[in-house]
Design a protein around this ligand. Structure first.
Ligand SMILES: NC(=O)c1ccc[n+]([C@@H]2O[C@H](COP(=O)([O-])OP(=O)(O)OC[C@H]3O[C@@H](n4cnc5c(N)ncnc54)[C@H](O)[C@@H]3O)[C@@H](O)[C@H]2O)c1
Length: 445
């Protein structure tokens, strides 16, 4: 085979994709995998969703959703029409022509990449790999993962990437709950192990959205980390300036909004109680870990991490200060935390600063309760075990609290009413800035 000659395997898979006859297997049906499965289904592909969590598969088969912002009707219709199948049986991986990996990539307790989910999945794929399949990693990870970790494992059965099977990386850029951008209109960056791998992966994603091909899997992996590091660094910058603004009596939100009127060269980022979610607090550390292999310190990532991690502590300091001005101590105070989701209007509380804030409040002797319309119960996590239910925010409950901390500004909250009924508000989101007549009652943190 020379130059642009395509192998029979490559042509056959490209044809299947073009005719929408390729079966798409999606491994990991979480915030990323489930919407992706729906989108491929919308575009006429048969999709098989794989997950190790039996509870999730059972819920989907019963027609129930476990992610609030994802409409179950969309999934139910696809399952009924035979376009979406969900299973815990990984032997069925051989039925898929295109296998997309969407499993978690967390950090270990020592803030090092935990690739165990990706490698478990890769081992499973390797055991079932057949000629003519493409495997695409979508999980966020450090540059080098696809070729250093997945490729050798997948090539163990005498199959060669780019000839017998294909391997690519395409980062997922899903923003859960975003009504403007989803898998149908967010461009997909794609890098292949070989040019054939790139061509096939691009052909597949071209069926659902615009594709941005890059020269290598490493470039595609680094693209995702750059995007999230950019957010982390900019959020750290405004978080630091917020603290300075409080000291100087300058409202940083007013400043950011004024700066945002500049039509070029400025992108607004907003401060908050600290970073949350499965991406921004984690992904940059994947890169700093990898950088050490090259004797390189990623100083921006480190500094941004330090500032962002310190923000929940700042919220506690401001709460103590606010209570102090009301002649109260934190110890023994009744504190209501509003919102534990890491951002508004979603049910994802992973890595949420709300957890850190609640933990510190409890450790300092406060009586802590919470409300979150999206998260009725706090489940046990690797780090926390609160065993609390969301309480109703009636006027009586609000009046009974010594302080209310706004951690997440969900749209469902009536902030004017919350301010009216509460004794003291610590607002980390600038949710109450336009409410008049509450002097001495609202502290921004
Ligand atoms: N959530 C986001 O907003 C977002 C956005 C962009 C990228 N990402 C990245 O996408 C990846 C997935 O994130 P997510 O938010 O969808 O995670 P998630 O926890 O919501 O979903 C992951 C799913 O994978 C399943 N799983 C775990 N191990 C498995 C295995 N061995 N085989 C099959 N299934 C397995 C879990 O049961 C879970 O359902 C991560 O790398 C994340 O960094 C997430």
């Amino acid at each position: 085979m020379k130059g642009n000659d395509k192998s029979v395997t490559q042509v056959s898979l490209l044809n299947k994709i073009e005719k929408r006859e390729a079966v798409v297997g999606i491994i990991g049906l979480g915030y990323v995998g489930l919407p992706l499965a729906i989108h491929f289904g919308h575009q006429g592909f048969k999709v098989i969703g794989f997950d190790v969590d039996v509870r999730k598969i059972d819920m989907l088969l019963r027609g129930e959703s476990y992610i609030k912002h994802i409409q179950m009707e969309q999934i139910g219709e696809k399952i009924k029409a035979g376009k979406l199948d969900v299973t815990v049986d990984f032997n069925r991986l051989s039925e898929a022509d295109c296998i997309l990996i969407c499993v978690p990539t967390p950090l270990t307790d020592k803030k090092e990449p935990d690739l165990s989910y990706v490698m478990d999945t890769t081992n499973c794929i390797a055991d079932n790999l057949r000629a003519g399949q493409i495997v695409i990693l979508e999980s966020t990870t450090y540059p080098g993962t696809t070729e250093e970790a997945l490729l050798p494992r997948l090539e163990t059965n005498d199959m060669k990437a780019g000839e017998d099977f294909f391997l690519a990386y395409s980062p997922e850029r899903e923003d859960p709950g975003n009504k403007k951008f989803d898998a149908a209109n967010i461009p997909k960056v794609v890098g292949g192990v070989t040019s054939a791998c790139l061509e096939i992966a691009s052909a597949l994603y071209n069926c659902i959205t615009k594709v941005v091909p890059v020269s290598s899997t490493g470039a595609a992996e680094m693209t995702k980390i750059l995007e999230n590091t950019f957010r982390s660094v900019n959020i750290a910058l405004v978080n630091e300036l917020k603290v300075l603004g409080h000291k100087m009596g300058i409202d940083i939100f007013e400043v950011i909004n004024a700066a945002a009127t500049k039509p070029f060269g400025y992108t607004p980022f907003y401060p908050g109680p600290g970073l949350g979610g499965h991406c921004i607090p984690i992904d940059p550390f994947y890169l700093s870990w990898k950088a050490r292999e090259y004797d390189f310190e990623t100083r921006f990532i480190q500094l941004a991490g330090e500032i962002n991690v310190s923000m929940p502590y700042y919220v506690i300091d401001r709460t103590i200060e606010a209570l102090n001005q009301h002649e109260k101590s934190l110890k023994g105070s009744k504190i209501l935390v509003l919102g534990v989701a890491y951002k508004k209007d979603i049910d994802d509380e992973r890595e949420s600063p709300g957890y850190t804030i609640m933990k510190m409040l409890s450790e300092k002797g406060a009586f802590v309760s919470y409300n979150d319309p999206w998260i009725p119960v706090l489940k046990q996590t690797r780090k926390y075990n609160f065993q609390k239910n969301s309480i109703s925010i009636t006027p009586e409950v609000l009046r009974e609290m010594d302080a209310v901390i706004i951690v997440t500004d969900h749209s469902a909250y009536d902030f004017a009413e919350i301010v009216r009924q509460s004794n003291l508000i610590i607002d980390t989101r600038n949710a109450t800035s336009k409410i008049d007549g509450a002097d001495g009652k609202i502290f921004f943190a």
